[in-house]
Design a protein around this ligand. Structure first.
Ligand SMILES: *[C@@H]1O[C@H](CO)[C@@H](O)[C@H](O)[C@H]1NC(C)=O
Ligand SMILES: *[C@@H]1O[C@H](CO)[C@@H](O)[C@H](O)[C@H]1NC(C)=O
Ligand SMILES: *[C@@H]1O[C@H](CO)[C@@H](O)[C@H](O)[C@H]1NC(C)=O
Ligand SMILES: *[C@@H]1O[C@H](CO)[C@@H](O)[C@H](O)[C@H]1NC(C)=O
Ligand SMILES: *[C@@H]1O[C@H](CO)[C@@H](O)[C@H](O)[C@H]1NC(C)=O
Ligand SMILES: *[C@@H]1O[C@H](CO)[C@@H](O)[C@H](O)[C@H]1NC(C)=O
Ligand SMILES: *[C@@H]1O[C@H](CO)[C@@H](O)[C@H](O)[C@H]1NC(C)=O
Ligand SMILES: *[C@@H]1O[C@H](CO)[C@@H](O)[C@H](O)[C@H]1NC(C)=O
Length: 493
């Protein structure tokens, strides 16, 4: 009888190290009453059946339930009444039948569930729609495999489609009963869902932030590989800025899985996997700030930024764009801010173009910036790399307020999430003529790529107000000795 418990708990050789969660449930009962084999058999099998029924009931609705318990039930009845079968023989038979059926029962579902296409961002999304996230108050939403909520099952992925996510699929499988021809991948795998893309600084970073939060919550655990999805379609690279940011955070080159050695019909199952599909969703402001602190800290170390006491200086940076949403006349805008900066002791104006700075040049620039002045655009994502409590001034072309939707506030959000002060936005009242009425959505194509003018009076007054605030904050900071020269600590504790 002890064979049953021992065998069920035993994995095939290549993943013996995986703890099988049911082992501990079986072992005590099975080991302690060796004199009553039939009674124990009944107890074990009944317990097993009950557990499976319970697990089946707990499985999310659209995940298929196993028919295994009922099949076993009849085998068990046969065994009880067939006195010629010894319990040991029976255990072997039961076990191999059980494993065979478990292998067969692994069912793959499409990664992208078209039933939720109209609400892909709501609720628990169209990506792995049968699965529920783990969520603790104020913390990141995630799924982890194997885990208690997966009943010890691993995540398996199949398919290499880069155009339609409904051709790629996922399944859960117990490590003892991986699907046929499965490749077992050791280590920790980060599986990312991104509704937008991995190239854009803002969208790429938003998809990465929850992994950094998980990493921080898990003693700085490092991923062995990344699997990137957009709408369930595989992606094999990130934009350079996003990639470098992650390399700085995770301390080395990213291994983005290409499944090169695996046929598209063959599954890959992961020793340990963490799935994120809700970006920062669910995280409290406090938790977000900790994550941005960690990102900033790692980026500065990676880029060899030297820390010095900056309490006597104010860095004012004009972060220019070229093309869409650039200033119509950079010279005059620079002049206006230069004049205001010159009026304040310790103020230094820096002018940079976002399109030709390397990642580390951006990190270094931000580490000496207290006031970031920039048009709306992905380059503003860099704002979290300034010291905490720094200021942001944002500029929009005409028409955005009415037509650009909620996305125009993303830099208000990231400023708040990373502990910065968004000092408001200037919206150009003038701009290109749109042939339709002002509120017509078709006008957005005119406004989206427009350039930004200036208002000397308004820019001067605004700059002077922000400078006064920053000056006051810096003086207060200088009076509290020690806060500015804290050593960099990027630990996860
Ligand atoms: C009982 O065991 C014998 C010998 O293994 C087998 O031939 C027979 O079919 C079994 N009967 C039942 C009801 O399982
Ligand atoms: C496993 O792979 C082999 C060889 O590639 C193939 O012939 C076989 O059909 C596969 N088995 C299943 C169940 O997919
Ligand atoms: C955290 O990681 C460190 C270094 O890898 C290790 O020494 C320590 O035991 C880990 N702590 C926990 C609680 O896992
Ligand atoms: C940081 O400094 C180290 C050692 O001086 C050097 O090897 C490395 O290339 C530097 N990194 C960057 C990004 O400048
Ligand atoms: C930009 O402003 C400067 C300074 O006022 C002015 O000399 C220059 O002509 C302007 N350039 C354009 C293209 O309007
Ligand atoms: C960066 O780009 C701006 C505008 O495209 C250009 O004026 C400037 O010279 C460039 N700087 C470098 C170092 O390439
Ligand atoms: C930021 O400002 C808040 C409120 O004024 C203050 O409590 C905090 O210490 C400041 N943080 C830093 C890093 O200066
Ligand atoms: C510039 O801003 C000032 C102050 O807000 C305002 O009174 C003035 O009308 C603006 N000028 C133009 C040309 O929009």
């Amino acid at each position: 009888m002890t064979r049953i418990s021992a065998e069920i708990g035993k994995s095939p050789k290549k993943h013996q190290h995986i703890e099988y969660s049911q082992r501990s449930l079986f072992s005590p009962i099975c080991f302690y009453s060796p004199k009553l084999p039939i009674f124990i058999l009944v107890t074990c099998v009944t317990l097993f059946i009950l557990l499976n029924i319970r697990f089946s009931l707990q499985t999310p609705p659209s995940f298929p339930t196993f028919s295994l318990p009922w099949t076993l039930m009849s085998q068990w009845q046969n065994a009880i009444f067939n006195s010629t079968i010894t319990s040991t023989n029976y255990a072997n038979e039961l076990n191999s039948a059980y494993l065979y059926k478990l292998h067969q029962s692994v069912t793959f579902l499409p990664l992208k569930d078209l039933r939720y296409a109209h609400a892909a961002l709501n609720g628990h999304t169209w990506f792995m729609s049968s699965m529920y996230d783990t969520h603790q108050e104020g913390d990141v939403h995630f799924q982890q495999f194997p885990s208690q909520s997966s009943q010890g099952r691993l995540l398996c992925l199949k398919g290499k489609d880069t155009h339609d996510g409904s051709w790629n699929s996922y399944a859960l499988a117990w490590p003892e009963a991986l699907p046929h021809n499965a490749t077992f991948m050791k280590g920790l795998t980060f599986v990312s869902y991104n509704h937008y893309n991995y190239e854009n600084l803002w969208h790429g970073l938003s998809a990465m932030v929850p992994f950094v939060a998980w990493h921080k919550n898990n003693n700085c655990s490092l991923p062995t590989r990344w699997v990137l999805y957009h709408w369930g379609e595989l992606r094999f690279k990130m934009g350079l800025w996003v990639k470098t940011m992650m390399e700085a955070t995770f301390g080395g080159p990213l291994n983005i899985e290409g499944f090169d050695e695996i046929d598209e019909n063959m599954p890959a199952c992961f020793e340990k996997a963490v799935v994120m599909r809700h970006n920062e969703g669910g995280m409290s402001r406090e938790r977000r700030m900790e994550v941005y602190d960690l990102l900033r800290c790692n980026a500065r170390i990676y880029c060899n930024v030297s820390l010095k006491d900056r309490s006597n200086e104010i860095g004012m940076t004009l972060f220019m764009r070229t093309g869409p949403r650039s200033f119509k006349n950079e010279t005059i805008v620079t002049e206006i801010f230069y004049k205001e900066c010159a009026k304040v002791e310790g103020c230094r104006l820096m002018v940079a173009h976002s399109n030709n700075l390397s990642f580390c040049e951006q990190v270094k620039l931000m580490s000496t910036t207290d006031i970031l002045i920039s048009p709306h655009g992905a380059q503003l994502t860099n704002l979290f790399l300034m010291d905490r409590n720094s200021s942001v001034m944002e500029f929009f072309p005409k028409g955005w307020l009415k037509l650009a939707g909620v996305g125009q506030y993303v830099f208000h959000w990231i400023a708040s999430w990373s502990g910065m002060k968004h000092q408001g936005a200037w919206r150009d009242p003038n701009g290109d003529h749109c042939p339709y009425s002002e509120d017509d959505r078709r006008c957005m194509s005119t406004y989206k790529s427009a350039t930004i003018g200036h208002n000397q009076t308004q820019f001067s007054q605004w700059a002077s107000k922000v400078l006064a605030e920053v000056k006051a904050r810096k003086m207060e900071q200088a009076s509290i000795k020690g806060t500015t020269t804290r050593p960099i600590d990027c630990s996860c504790a």
